[in-house]
Ligand binder design. Sequence first.
Ligand code: ZN
Length: 328
Amino acid sequence: MTKVFSSEYIIKAFNMLENEHSKLKRTEAERHAEILGKFPEYGELEEQLAQTARDIVSVVINGRIEDRYEVLEKIKNKNLSIQKKMTDILVNNGYDEDYLKPLFYCDICSDKGAVNGEWCSCIKRAAIKFAAADLNENGSLCTFDDFDLSFYSDKYSEKCDCVPRETMKKNLEDCKRFVEKFNGTGSGIFMIGATGLGKTHLSLAIANELIKKGWSVVYNSVPELLRKLNSEQFGNSDGDTMRIITDCDLLILDDLGAEHNTEYSSSVVYQLLNARVAHNRPMVVSTNLEMGEIKARYQDRIWSRLFSMRVLLFYGTDNRLRTAGNNW
Ligand SMILES: [Zn+2]
């Protein structure tokens, strides 16, 4: 299943940042060598500048308190005049005055990748880009436009007490509206219906649209996510999956109910849902389970969170069977 913005994308983003940073450091070094080669006096000024720094330290440590201020002031003026001479060499020879300033790929974090203990926006942006690239590879066919309503019967069905095509048209519109109004907060959508009725298609279409708009979207099946969390918690693999799925703008959980039915998995599912609800962060959850099965399987605290979202019921016959030519 397609993964979006999982820890591998964060690692890729950090690698990208490191590469870009190294490239810029090489450029810096080349520029420096170029200027020293052309203007040897620039190197002498650099040496003088370094000396003023050493002088300042020496005055602070050894200088007499009475005339410390005066001496420091003198050094400061000397320092400024050296800097001015250095800038003049550049400017008088047709260079930009910032030609030898340190270069950073990201001015916000100076290429550290984090600010105040949070990922910098440059990392998030890059992770989204990598994630979107993968998503497009795997789910490029999933857009709202190619969601084909003609797959669904336009005849009244007693089983669902509805006309499936009409219900699905409404579901499609609800998903489009969810994207239009999306602002990174709120509850989300809970899709219920048998396999092959278009839940994954609409989830991927939502992900595609939101990624295009610059939102970070995590898309994972519940069993896969549990495996990943389990190996991070108990195995050797390190990662920050829990943090990513808590922090991303939209979490799409596919195939709820396909995970092993254990107390551990239930508690992790609850943790996932709760983390999102507690931060007022939206989700799109889908399940093949029927309404009764959901209630039988999950404790109140889980299904009350699931049913606090907009519930979309999917009706019809498995699209994949239909495309394979089966009668229905
Ligand atoms: Zn940054």
